[in-house]
Design a protein around this ligand. Structure first.
Ligand SMILES: [Zn+2]
Length: 88
């Protein structure tokens, strides 16, 4: 049985906020572990640039700031990223 995750195990975004409701595997199957932003066709988004939890966090903070979020709040919201399964 596949474990059901509430949050993307790469970026920490809640699946209910994911417009794609999960990423996709190479064969087109839905991923229940990673969101549609992080994982598509069996590959991670920007895998060559983002290879650590810290880099993922920095990218998420940047995106949130672009959307007008306070930088400090963005850090608080993404601080759980290093504990997600992808980064273990
Ligand atoms: Zn994600």
């Amino acid at each position: 049985m596949t474990k059901a995750y509430k949050f993307c195990q790469s970026c920490g975004m809640p699946f209910k906020q994911d417009p794609g409701k999960g990423g996709t595997e190479k064969d087109g199957a839905k991923s229940t572990k990673y969101c549609s932003y992080c994982y598509k066709d069996g590959e991670f988004f920007l895998a060559s640039e983002i290879s650590s939890a810290h880099e993922m966090q920095a990218m998420c903070v940047k995106k949130m700031k672009e959307q007008g979020m306070n930088g400090l709040l963005a850090w608080v919201m993404t601080r759980g990223i290093p504990r997600l399964e992808r980064w273990k």
